[in-house]
Design a protein around this ligand. Sequence first.
Ligand code: NDP
Length: 446
Amino acid sequence: MQLVNPATEEPIAELEQAGVEETDVAVARAKAAFPAWRAVTPADRARLLRRLATLVEENGEELARIETRNVGKPISDSRGEVAMVADVFHFYAGAVDKHHGETIPVAGGVDMTFREPLGVVGLIVPWNFPLNISSWKLGPALASCNTVVLKPAELTPLSAVRLGELALEAGIPEGVVNVVVGKGSIVGQRLVEHPDVAKIGFTGSTEVGRSVMEGAAATIKRVTLELGGKSANVIFADADLEAAAAAAPYAVFGNAGQDCCARSRILVERSAYDRFLELLVEATRGVKVGDPEAESTEMGPLISAEQREKVASFVDGEPLFRGDAPDGRGFWFPCTLVEASNDDRVAREEVFGPVAAVIPFADEDDAIRLANATPYGLSGSIWTENGARALRVARAIDAGVLSLNANTSVRVQTPFGGFKQSGFGRELGMHALAGYSEIKNVFVAT
Ligand code: NDP
């Protein structure tokens, strides 16, 4: 398959696509590598993960360039993401010997628990944050002694392939990390069905997540799903409106809107609506869209022509604001603000592009009602200077990751994942380890 740079449509690489047979070979290699990997001492396993983290740092600029050319994301974003990948491996190196069992008081003896690895795990990753999301799954999977078959998205496999090489260079034994490049409907599907794969860690669309869950049922595979979102950015009239408006564009146009945490519904209290809109339009005008390799660029193109077509279908009529984007080759789409009601398609479905719906609300109850009026529940923000209200609303919104007076969702140390149809299971932090281990309970009669 030929890969293209989304900013230029120029070919950048040609990769062989694996089929079912190659997938089975990778699973067999991972299965064969499991007993020896499991026997590596905790200190040595931590050392190997730390070495991988260091290699990611040492090869950081190369990895960032690969990601920018393959995904079209601004180079400054790619550098930040690569830095996070190193931090993720450093964190899970430290977690190896801190994820332990308990002793539980019982009658007639001693009861203790162990955290056992699952065996071979299949990791299926999307194209929007290829390297980051790979590391969020690889880190806890390896720290918990599993071996891995990683399937990157068909459109963006280059950084995962390089990461697989770095894992070997770090000294992680052959067969522990296997990267298989191929189609989701073939390689992904096979991993879901394979009897020797114990768990699927999946990030992607809710639609494919549903089919992964269905397919996993046949072998009672463990599944964690990180799916779509339609997150609300709730702006109360008592917020620091200037700060909220300055931050709002980056919360939805970052990664060209191709972000499951995109705050693509901007809910604004009616009494501050006009003033906020003025500030928001001004801030959106300031987003620097263009060549992803340029140091100052803040937003690049979309991933593909198909994605651009899908995104365009959400904008009918004249929007409230449409920014500039380069002409000519590349899958460009401008930052776009539309006024909407929560029932409009643009406010109901995940756009996965730089289109934000601005929606007024009457009061706190109305804000909570609108924020929750979606089948998704991944992320969101609340902007208010009233601390009690901030916590009250945060508790009332059905989403897995919220921020108050900020727009960030992802931190290495903290749990990340969704409510409702945004999926289940948690990535990152110590919480992710639960998804890559089983609890074994052993009773000793005394
Ligand atoms: P998909 O859900 O199709 O892709 C995610 C991953 O799943 C890819 O590696 C894909 O492989 C793989 N996959 C596809 N079909 C199967 C299958 N039957 N069994 C197992 N794995 C499979 O997302 P898309 O790339 O098609 O994007 C479509 C929409 O999904 C976006 O517009 C967005 O709305 C949403 N999305 C959400 C993401 C999130 O972070 N929550 C990430 C990506 C997309 P391959 O790509 O090689 O076919």
